[in-house]
Design a protein around this ligand. Structure first.
Ligand SMILES: O=C(O)[C@@H](O)[C@@H](O)[C@H](O)[C@H](O)CO
Length: 359
């Protein structure tokens, strides 16, 4: 097992790569979608929570990530003595119509094929993704964690219908907020699973050929529906449905222990055992929480309901050799809230890995 650090797009800098290295990381997971562009956020280093118009503006629909820029990113990470393990999240501007089965679905499928091929050419092995219509929506922020540290959680369901022009909690039609253009029709769970199966059937063969694995994140937060739209993996057993849907070696999991622990069903240790035994974990988000949806709260990694050391031991027992990242953490009261919170989480994970014999 290897320790990594996830960095948002605006944090992909030599200084933050050096921070990752100093905090004990050997790998980086890079977000290339700018969640903070044109939205309402407490601050750029914070986790995005957004407003009823989501996190902010999606990217340029016509500008896919090129092989050259992916190679440059990988080389920048390697220049600091780290490895680039994965890119996390497609840009809703590039793939949104796959999620809502919109008129540009065929083009968006070609976009994803192109991005996956470019990743293979650039030598980046994993693409983390979150197959969700409403996206990471409905989270709240508060002084939820130890010592009143700012953290993310949920304060109840979030059912406000999604306006047209919003997909995956980001604005894909910049004119929509001023034009007012109605709401997206509610899909059915069957329709969502059909969209996922068609995506899998179209993309996994291309990913296999490109030498890239796709890693599916569970719903965050893992509610059966958010904003009137169904969710795909909101209970642990649904991860198995996603795995069984397509036997491709490219079909792996972005195994978020925090989101899984927020689910109302399952025993987290049995869940970790069940999925790590199958050898289908692309990489792991290892963070801690108290409570379940719709009112869970994120905690410092040592202070939640999950015995993180026990999770590490199960992953080790089942031979997981991939990357583990804290994903996100409560912020700490000091000059560098995000970095301090992340450093605490990294130190804890590093100690846990060392107790299992990892350097
Ligand atoms: O704030 C964050 O970074 C999280 O919301 C992500 O872990 C997100 O859940 C994943 O990237 C999947 O979309």
């Amino acid at each position: 097992m290897k320790l990594g650090l996830g960095l948002y797009k605006h944090m992909l800098t030599p200084e933050n790569f050096a921070f990752a290295k100093q905090a004990g990381a050997t790998h980086v997971i890079a977000h290339l979608v700018d969640y903070f562009r044109g939205g309402v956020h407490a601050g750029p280093d914070d986790q995005p929570t957004g407003t009823d118009w989501g996190w902010g503006l999606a990217g340029d629909a016509d500008q896919l990530w090129t092989t050259d820029e992916l190679v440059a990113l990988r080389r920048n990470v390697e220049a600091e003595g780290l490895k680039l393990e994965a890119i996390e999240n497609f840009d809703p501007a590039h793939w949104g119509d796959i999620l809502i089965d919109g008129p540009r679905r065929a083009q968006h499928i070609e976009n994803v094929k192109t991005i996956v091929r470019h990743m293979g050419e650039a030598g980046i092995p994993i693409m983390g993704y979150n197959f969700s219509i409403a996206g990471v929506a409905g989270r709240t922020k508060g002084n939820y964690a130890r010592g009143g540290a700012p953290a993310v959680g949920m304060e109840g369901p979030y059912d406000l219908p999604m306006p047209n022009g919003l997909v995956w909690n980001m604005i894909v039609d910049p004119a929509a907020p001023t034009r007012g253009s109605g709401t997206i029709p509610a899909a059915t769970p069957e329709q969502l699973w059909d969209r996922f199966k068609r995506f899998a059937d179209d993309i996994f063969p291309v990913a296999e050929q490109a030498g890239v694995k796709l890693a599916l994140h569970p719903d965050d937060p893992p509610m059966p529906s958010i904003r009137g739209q169904p969710r795909l993996v909101y209970q642990p057993s649904l991860y198995q449905k996603a795995i069984d849907l397509n036997p491709s070696a490219a079909n792996t999991l972005e195994f978020c222990v925090g989101s899984l622990a927020e689910m109302t069903e399952g025993d987290i240790y049995e869940v970790v055992e069940h999925y790590s035994r199958q050898g289908r974990l692309g990489y792991v988000h290892l963070r801690n929480v108290r409570g379940k949806v719709p009112t869970y709260k994120e905690t410092f990694i040592d202070d939640g309901e999950v015995d993180v050391m026990r999770v590490l031991a199960i992953l080790q027992k089942n031979g997981f050799e991939g990357v583990i990242i804290p994903d996100h953490a409560p912020q700490m009261s000091c000059a560098a809230p995000w970095h301090a919170g992340m450093a605490f989480a990294m130190g804890y994970l590093k100690a846990g890995l060392q107790t299992l014999g990892h350097k």
